[in-house]
Design a protein around this ligand. Structure first.
Ligand code: OGA
Ligand code: MN
Length: 200
């Protein structure tokens, strides 16, 4: 993959228009097959390092049951995706003056029965998250495996988005959304495009 660039296939004008009109946008067929294989490999070989997302500072939350691994410099393949999102952020800054200058990201694994109940990634603008970007990296998905992203758009219309392989769902971080219970292992990278310095 041309790591240092925004993938040519990403329909930037359409993405900007969707975000402006609806507060969310979908990119399908985001990456070439070789990249997906490498990413799945990196994710699967690090699964033993994933931690309960519900446990934060020793406090257990009941709203989510997935497992996550924050992406740092040692996860080279995932870093390429983070870089692509950094390039996309430049387009957002140009179009919306959003002031994004940092992308934070983690892998997430939902095993069968796991979910993430209704929430906002940036309630009341209390953190610097501007746009959430969820990439689905499992190589197969069936419509009856659940695990949909249910999202209320900026015009209060609800959408049910299937976690299709090689899809990126982009949405304003202040929108209400949830991950419905998955019936099969569901792998993703959640990233946040931030206009502050991440403090996690
Ligand atoms: C999240 C989230 C949505 C998804 O990680 O905050 O809402 O479809 N993810 O995985
Ligand atoms: Mn979320």
């Amino acid at each position: 993959m041309e790591t240092a660039f925004l993938p040519k296939s990403w329909p930037v004008d359409q993405i900007l228009d969707d975000l402006d009109q609806h507060g969310f946008s979908i990119i399908d067929d985001a990456y070439p097959a070789e990249y997906i294989h490498a990413l799945v490999e990196e994710c699967m070989s690090n699964l033993n390092k994933f931690r309960d997302a519900a446990v934060q500072n020793g406090v257990i939350s009941k709203i989510r049951s997935d497992h996550i691994l924050w992406i740092n410099d040692t996860l080279d393949v995932a870093q390429e995706h983070v870089q692509a999102l950094e390039h996309l952020s430049e387009q957002f800054n140009r179009a919306f003056f959003s002031g994004i200058h940092e992308v934070e990201a983690h892998f997430a694994c939902y095993n069968a029965g796991e979910f993430y109940a209704l929430h906002k990634d940036n309630p009341q603008g209390k953190n610097g998250r501007v746009i959430s970007a969820v990439y689905y990296l499992h190589e197969h998905w069936q419509a009856d495996w659940g695990g949909e992203l249910r999202l209320q758009d900026k015009n209060d219309v609800w959408h049910i988005l299937e976690p299709k392989p090689n899809r990126i769902a982009l949405f304003q971080s202040d929108l209400l959304h949830e991950v419905l219970e998955a019936k099969h292992q569901r792998l993703s990278i959640t990233a946040w495009l931030r206009n502050d310095n991440a403090m996690w």
